[in-house]
Design a protein around this ligand. Structure first.
Ligand code: DLL
Length: 447
């Protein structure tokens, strides 16, 4: 046993064979409980002629039916709970894309597991009891705030439950309370960086050294921007309400993929179109089965998030498998002139050109039955002070960078600083006008 590893984190280093055995027994237990307590699951198993006893190996998981967001909607609000409400001590919900929210529940045991995985995530990011954590994820029905809060307290961090928004107060707290680490969405942190500079402050005056960013996709280019502008180390944390909240996976200090807490969440990668299992290293949709959740177990949940299971072991020594950073969701894919485009490609292209700011939006419209796209991006104040010809050169360089990555010529509109809406939580990158009758979005002021 390594004395430098906290007892809660020992599983991160477990021998793979022992981990697989643990996963199997937990999987069998989960399937049994779902079969006994969740009507929809039992019906689907029966339809396939499957009984819990048929799950004899981890490979047998692939015989089980998937669960997806529609199942959660159809059984709204509590139809997939596997425990009586008297055992459920907390509810969270995520807004979902349409209509009713996705509702998730936790027993006390579930909350303990959640705190444990967040604790392990924060440890992997190098935090310890000497850290002061500004928790700027939203508190409330969103899982970010309370998830990070409870895990942080469990690790012994000094947690400041500031929640999202109120940027001026965030800056005051960051400076006066000796904050060393922050949790928020990467897009909100970029807004904080901007405000710190605008108010004449600098990161040298702060103790901040680490950021745990997630809840939305962000690229390596965005990480490079954050680290360069703020001097802190930026870690990617992943999670989703349906599985537990934040703390499903996190980067360690090698920043080479996210370690997934496999003793609680079993990952598979499938072809998003056919559902067929894909081998390690191949990109596809992440499917997760919870192994220990009591109130709201999920079997083969289709996350819609695109990633790959990374082969090989991480240099940090953890044996937990890693997923590649989530670049996008299947449902974020845009098809333009027959080419698949993801917002992450646009982000990478934009940030590869100097003097752009990481504030951008992708507008989708429809003209004569054909989908059109344009990209708006803010450029620096200095840039707007420059001659029109230089702005035109800049616009061309950006369009060229996008063409280089996507293969498509997409119109780029340069916007002045602070003209694209800032978000306190998840950024809205795609603005879809295609349902509006033959529209062009309003044009921002450009030279
Ligand atoms: O966003 C949980 C969370 C809170 C994760 C705080 C990390 C930090 P939901 O609101 O249910 O839960 O949204 C889940 O957000 O399926 C992904 O599409 C996306 N997402 C979350 N983390 C990342 C990330 C929380 N690190 C959905 N990279 C997921 C890319 C992410 N996408």
């Amino acid at each position: 046993m390594r004395p430098d590893i906290r007892p809660e984190c020992m599983t991160d280093y477990m021998e793979p064979a022992s981990l697989r055995a643990l996963q199997l027994s937990r999987l069998q237990d989960t399937i049994r409980r779902c079969y006994d307590h969740v009507a929809l699951f039992r019906r689907r198993m029966d339809e396939r002629g499957l009984a819990p006893a048929d799950i004899r190996s981890l490979d047998d998981l692939a015989r089980l039916p998937f669960t997806d967001k529609n199942d959660l909607r159809d059984t709204y609000p509590y139809g997939l709970f596997a425990e009586p409400m008297s055992h459920v001590v907390r509810i969270h919900a995520s807004s979902g894309t349409t209509g009713k929210p996705i509702v998730v529940g936790y027993t006390q045991e579930d909350l303990d597991v959640w705190s444990e995985v967040v604790l392990r995530a924060f440890c992997a990011a190098g935090l310890d009891e000497h850290d002061v954590l500004q928790n700027a994820y939203g508190y409330g029905l969103f899982t970010g705030g309370l998830g990070a809060h409870c895990g942080g307290e469990r690790l012994g961090l000094t947690v400041i439950p500031i929640s999202g928004g109120n940027t001026e107060r965030q800056l005051l707290v960051m400076k006066d309370f000796g904050v060393t680490a922050i949790c928020c969405t990467p897009s909100y942190f970029i807004h904080l960086i901007e405000r710190i500079k605008e108010t004449g402050h600098s990161f040298d005056q702060l103790k901040l050294r680490a950021g745990i960013f997630g809840a939305e996709p962000w690229t390596d280019a965005m990480r490079a921007y954050i680290q360069r502008e703020s001097g802190i180390k930026a870690f990617d944390i992943y999670g989703l309400s349906e599985i537990i909240g934040p703390g499903v996976a996190i980067e360690c200090d090698k920043h080479d993929g996210l370690h997934l807490f496999e003793d609680h969440f079993y990952p598979e990668i499938v072809d998003p179109a056919t559902g067929a299992l894909l081998p390690d290293g191949t990109e596809g949709e992440l499917v997760i089965t919870t192994l220990t959740k009591k109130a709201f177990p999920m079997v083969r949940y289709r996350t819609h998030d695109i990633t790959a299971l990374m082969p090989g072991r991480c240099a940090c020594g953890r044996t937990l498998r890693r997923i590649r950073r989530i670049g996008s969701r299947c449902d974020d894919m845009m098809i333009l002139r027959g080419v698949n485009i993801f917002p992450s490609q646009i982000e990478t292209a934009l940030l590869s050109v100097e003097k752009t700011l990481p504030h951008y939006q992708i507008h989708l419209t429809r003209k004569a039955g054909l989908d059109q796209m344009d990209v708006r991006v803010e450029v620096t104040k200095e840039m707007f002070g420059d001659r029109v010809s230089e702005l035109e050169t800049m616009r061309r360089r950006l369009a060229h960078a996008i063409e280089h990555i996507t293969g498509l010529r997409i119109p780029v509109i340069l916007a002045e600083p602070n003209t694209i809406a800032r978000s306190e939580g998840k950024a809205r990158r795609i603005i879809d006008h295609r349902d509006e009758p033959e529209t062009r979005p309003p044009q921002p002021t450009t030279p």
